[in-house]
Write a protein that binds this ligand. Structure first.
Ligand code: NAP
Length: 349
């Protein structure tokens, strides 16, 4: 990349939402448009300008593409405006005493080349640039801490627990499964292709894995893999998988409710039929939001960096190059096209 001078006006391509979405999103719901950005902050402000290096594709972005009648847990995107999500960036202009030009940070930025952030205080500085910077969109960023918080704080695992993970080869699932193995649990994952199943068993060290799309009877499959039942189900998908899991939980099992991707594009979710199992088996099913754990980020980061450096945790990411590929990459999550953590590389440092 050519270097740019402070204060200069530069081209700035951005991905905007064209219109609110119903059902599955299409590439036509988004558009890559050209604009400009000024590499300077307003005088006297504590703003920063970021050069975005990587942005993350995350399933919850679909929720933000819907116009909600009552406010959702995150603000709706606005047609005509740039999409925003977690990314890894370099500070190229700063009026904030804690952020210097050249700092590497991660946090919520724009799906564009340069972003003006009026208040950067929610951004985390990147402490380990010796690891691939893209890791801060995933295993060392939002999805990593989601896996860590959901598994340990909500799942409350014990050595020897029987653990089931859905969307197991994805950004969150691959980390949950490996944390469960490190805790001494027996771990089975489900995924939507034979390639992903093979990754689970060979790369991520799951004890067993299966392709849920090839199973006629999910309840029967779970009985095969868990003859003694499931202690922890890490829920990523909802739908028929959750219904089958409910029939296979052990007494006092835990279900960290991380997400339900199978329902994100449905106007009328099918619903669950086996919820009484929660009563009969005294199961605790509990939703959680990663945002509530950002206060523990430094503790998480040091732990995860240790695992990565000691090669106790393997990590697979699916990187597309260029902003123009971002809409298709995001949509691909809802068809299982991503193999590992989906992200977009926008620029080099
Ligand atoms: P991911 O697993 O990397 O990618 C999404 C995967 O979901 C796809 O690759 C696909 O894998 C699976 N999928 C898509 N449609 C499906 C369907 N109809 N039925 C079953 N599986 C389907 O995504 P991620 O970022 O790790 O997110 C996983 C879950 O965690 C999502 O539900 C997300 O919303 C949630 N999440 C929650 C929080 C929180 O704070 N609570 C934070 C981050 C993520 P297969 O090929 O295996 O089907």
């Amino acid at each position: 990349m050519a270097s740019v001078a402070h204060g200069e006006e530069v081209p700035n391509r951005r991905v905007i939402l064209k219109r609110y979405v119903t059902g599955f999103p299409t590439e036509d719901d988004m558009e890559v448009v050209s604009g400009t950005a000024r590499l300077a902050v307003p005088p006297g402000s504590a703003a920063v300008v970021l050069k975005n290096l990587y942005v993350s594709c995350d399933p919850y972005m679909r929720n933000r593409m819907t116009k909600h009648e009552t406010p959702s847990y995150v603000p709706d995107f606005v047609p005509g405006e740039v999409l925003v999500n977690f990314g890894v960036s370099r500070v190229v202009a700063s009026g904030h005493p804690d952020f210097k030009v050249g700092d590497l940070v991660w946090g919520i930025t724009g799906w564009e080349e340069y972003t003006l952030i009026p208040n950067p205080e929610s951004f985390f500085k990147i402490n380990h640039p010796e690891l691939p910077l893209s890791y801060y969109t995933g295993v060392l960023g939002m999805t990593g801490i989601t896996a860590w918080a959901g598994f340990f704080d909500v799942g409350k695992p014990k050595k020897g627990d029987y653990v089931f993970v859905s969307a197991a080869s994805g950004a969150v699932g691959q980390i949950v499964g490996q944390l469960a193995k490190l805790t001494g649990c027996y771990v089975v994952g489900s995924a939507g292709s034979d390639q992903k199943v093979s990754l689970l068993k060979t790369k991520f060290g799951f004890d067993e894995a299966f392709n849920y799309k090839k199973e006629q009877d999910l309840n029967g499959a779970l009985k095969r893999y868990f003859p003694h039942g499931i202690d922890i189900y890490f829920e990523n998908v909802g739908g028929p998988t959750l219904d089958a899991v409910l029939l296979n939980m052990r007494n006092h099992g835990r279900i960290p409710m991380c997400g339900m991707i199978s329902e994100y594009n449905q106007e009328q979710p099918e619903g669950q039929r086996n919820l009484f199992q929660l009563v009969a088996k005294r199961v605790r099913m509990e939703g959680f939001m990663v945002f509530d754990y950002f206060g523990q980020y430094r503790k998480f980061e040091e732990e995860m960096v240790g695992h990565l450096k000691e090669r106790k945790i393997a990590y697979v990411e699916d990187v597309v190059e260029g902003l123009e590929k971002a809409p298709a990459a995001l949509i691909g999550l809802f068809y299982g096209r991503n193999v590992g953590k989906q992200l977009v590389a926008i620029a080099t440092e």
